[in-house]
Design a protein around this ligand. Structure first.
Ligand SMILES: [Zn+2]
Ligand SMILES: [Zn+2]
Length: 242
């Protein structure tokens, strides 16, 4: 487990696999994603190290249903009065009512997918609030839900306009070559269209489902440059695995 401070209100916590973001409004805590199944003890250790009480966790926002994001939602929801929020199209998968739609893999993605096979299955988790594009969630000064279908049907990004922060989920991953289309999409063409739209959203601090956040003046400039590039449309989206 690793903790990376990003802002006074924001920490990146990395359990065994996956990335979760902990946002703090006063004593009220919000977790964006939960890591793979079994990450509860790592997240509890992170709370302890940061001096936070598990009982102050108010909500879990899931960017989508995949095991490295929703994997520990059921466990962490049990910490107290915790509301779980997910997009209405991924909520049935999180609840275990419907199997997830499998990604359509490109040739370069096949080898990569083998490395990530064998995660434990996701324990079903109640979804207390179903989200839709354009909804606002009560944290971070008003968190905007941005529907980004393509990685999964119910993938979302979360924007905190008051803080210039953007959580992209898995639609965008960061890499040594910069931000690119995340792998393992159920509908790649749709994901590219979502990418074009999301890249136009202004942000100073961009937090990805995988890869290092874009932070500081350099990070903000990299995000702006990506937005400009993507004005060229879906074919301009960086997609080396496509
Ligand atoms: Zn995913
Ligand atoms: Zn992921």
């Amino acid at each position: 487990m690793e903790i990376i401070p990003l802002r006074a209100e924001l920490h990146l916590i990395k359990p065994a696999f996956g990335q979760t973001y902990l946002w703090r409004d006063g004593s009220e805590l919000t977790l964006v994603d939960t890591g793979i199944p079994g990450s509860g003890p790592d997240l509890a250790a992170a709370f302890a190290e940061l001096g936070f009480r598990r009982a102050d966790l108010r909500r879990i926002v899931l960017t989508h249903c995949h095991e490295d994001h929703a994997g520990s939602a059921a466990e962490v929801r049990g910490w107290g009065e915790v509301e779980v929020l997910a997009h209405r199209l991924d909520a049935p998968v999180v609840r275990g009512e419907r199997p997830r739609a499998e990604p359509v893999l490109t040739e370069p993605e096949r080898a990569l997918a083998e490395q990530f096979a064998g995660f434990p299955s996701v324990p079903p988790c109640p979804v207390d609030t179903e989200l839709d594009d354009g909804d606002t969630i009560g944290f971070g000064g008003g968190a905007q839900v941005i529907g980004t279908p393509g990685h999964t049907d119910g993938s979302i990004a979360i924007r905190l306009p008051a803080h210039g922060v953007l959580f992209t989920g898995d639609l965008v991953a960061n890499s040594a070559e910069g931000p690119l289309l995340g792998p393992f999409n159920t509908d790649r063409a749709r994901a590219r269209e979502s990418f074009v739209r999301l890249a136009q959203v202004p942000a100073e601090l961009v937090c990805f489902g995988h890869g290092d956040p874009l932070i500081g003046a350099e990070g903000a400039a990299a995000w702006r440059a990506l937005g400009e590039r993507c004005q060229g449309g879906p074919d301009a989206v960086p997609d080396p695995l496509g």
